[in-house]
Ligand binder design. Structure first.
Ligand SMILES: *[C@@H]1O[C@H](CO)[C@@H](O)[C@H](O)[C@H]1NC(C)=O
Ligand SMILES: *[C@@H]1O[C@H](CO)[C@@H](O)[C@H](O)[C@H]1NC(C)=O
Ligand SMILES: *[C@@H]1O[C@H](CO)[C@@H](O)[C@H](O)[C@H]1NC(C)=O
Ligand SMILES: *[C@@H]1O[C@H](CO)[C@@H](O)[C@H](O)[C@H]1NC(C)=O
Ligand SMILES: *[C@@H]1O[C@H](CO)[C@@H](O)[C@H](O)[C@H]1NC(C)=O
Ligand SMILES: *[C@@H]1O[C@H](CO)[C@@H](O)[C@H](O)[C@H]1NC(C)=O
Length: 342
């Protein structure tokens, strides 16, 4: 077998080289000298030989990736399909796979492709036609971006063993609360989750307590569970703007947790200011239906040490004015440099 395959390989190589000479098509960045270990459709800079740039080339397929490539750029093509075998020589080497802005659908991702990548750290799959996520077996995955697809499913347990997964971006999809019910369990290192522009009716459940940033703007959320935030002791930034939050959907004390520094509830249907904790620094409530200013929402108790740390408060596009604030407001909102009413 071996003696036969060697000449065959030599023949293939010389054929490939010959083809390259005859080939009219010039790779995108010819100015960059390409290393020897590169697919001829792409460019691998001599100064960065582990990277293969195949972006902006009108490609319809993912090209075969040679051994040694760790960073693969395939964004802005017309790729619809990933054929089995293209990653076979980099299954334990490929760290970054950038596929943004193509036309990939789930049925056209063959077995023996992404499901073989055991070292992947970043998977960028935004602006494609996926209906469910494609997750590599790599335990080193740290960043997952699948924005602007058609995701309507996110099976529970898919991310179970991703101990280093830190950032997840899923905005502009069709995810419902049920669809993501068990999706994020077990992610011990998750810091940031963005599920804005989906079809959620409530905030995601089963989130790991490491989470610091949760963005859920532009959904159909009407309420927050009492104690929801108590299960997220590290959450600092929470955005629920452009939803359908109403007063009755906010149980007493739901936002009264010490970890939050920023809370965005703008563009909802609130008629009163929810109770917040003294430690909150930014509160966005513009474009609601708020018609009274209740100081006890900010301070239940005022003393030299007990006052609200709020710096920015937006109340514009509501039904209240500066005149709605009682005189003792300045004792409570002592550091609020910026309170906007209009
Ligand atoms: C993978 O590497 C082997 C040996 O290094 C080579 O013979 C084979 O052609 C490569 N396969 C692909 C798909 O690049
Ligand atoms: C991907 O989605 C776009 C926009 O919805 C559509 O125009 C295009 O035909 C789809 N491509 C494939 C391969 O499904
Ligand atoms: C997770 O990240 C840490 C720190 O970067 C690294 O030492 C560890 O090997 C990673 N774990 C996996 C499974 O990749
Ligand atoms: C927030 O909770 C603390 C106890 O954790 C309580 O003392 C305080 O009055 C509450 N603040 C508001 C505005 O309800
Ligand atoms: C007043 O502030 C101190 C120090 O921040 C805090 O320990 C205490 O719980 C506060 N008391 C009330 C009634 O909020
Ligand atoms: C706005 O506030 C005024 C004065 O408090 C009240 O008379 C009016 O009904 C409110 N309008 C709305 C739409 O809530």
């Amino acid at each position: 077998m071996l003696p036969l395959s060697l000449p065959l390989l030599a023949l293939l190589v010389s054929f490939a080289q010959c083809q390259e000479y005859d080939y009219d098509y010039q790779p995108h960045s010819m100015s960059m000298p390409s290393g020897p270990n590169c697919n001829q459709e792409c460019t691998c800079p001599v100064t960065f030989p582990t990277a293969m740039y195949c972006d902006n080339r009108k490609l319809r397929f993912v090209p075969v990736v040679p051994k040694g490539i760790k960073y693969l750029y395939l964004q802005n093509n017309m790729i619809e399909e990933i054929k089995a075998g293209v990653f076979d020589n980099v299954t334990d080497e490929l760290r970054w796979l950038i596929l943004d802005n193509n036309q990939i659908t789930n049925p056209k991702i063959e077995k023996g492709t992404i499901d073989k990548l055991t070292a992947l750290e970043k998977l960028f799959f935004s602006f494609n036609n996926l209906t469910e996520p494609v997750i590599p077996p790599s335990k080193s995955l740290d960043e997952l971006k699948i924005m602007n697809n058609k995701l309507s499913k996110f099976p529970a347990g898919l991310l179970n063993d991703k101990v280093n997964l830190t950032f997840i971006y899923l905005q502009h999809n069709e995810l419902t609360s049920d669809a993501i019910g068990g999706a994020f369990k077990g992610l011990k290192g998750l810091l940031s989750l963005d599920v804005s522009y989906n079809k959620l009716k409530k905030l995601p459940t089963g989130l790991p307590n490491s989470l610091e940033i949760l963005y859920a703007d532009h959904n159909d959320i009407e309420s927050i569970g009492s104690g929801y935030l108590n299960k997220l002791p590290n959450l600092r930034y929470l955005r629920i703007s452009h939803n359908k939050m109403v007063d009755s959907g906010i149980p007493a004390g739901a936002f009264n947790v010490t970890s939050l520094t920023e809370l965005d509830l703008s563009f909802n249907k609130l008629q009163s200011i929810p109770e917040i904790n003294e430690q909150l620094e930014q509160l966005y409530l513009q474009a609601n239906e708020i018609n009274k200013f209740d100081l006890s929402s900010f301070c239940k108790y005022t003393s030299p040490l007990n006052y609200s740390r709020l710096k920015h408060l937006r109340l514009d596009a509501n039904n209240i004015t500066h005149g709605s604030m009682p005189p003792e407001t300045s004792n409570c909102l002592r550091v609020a440099s910026d309170v906007m009413f209009e």
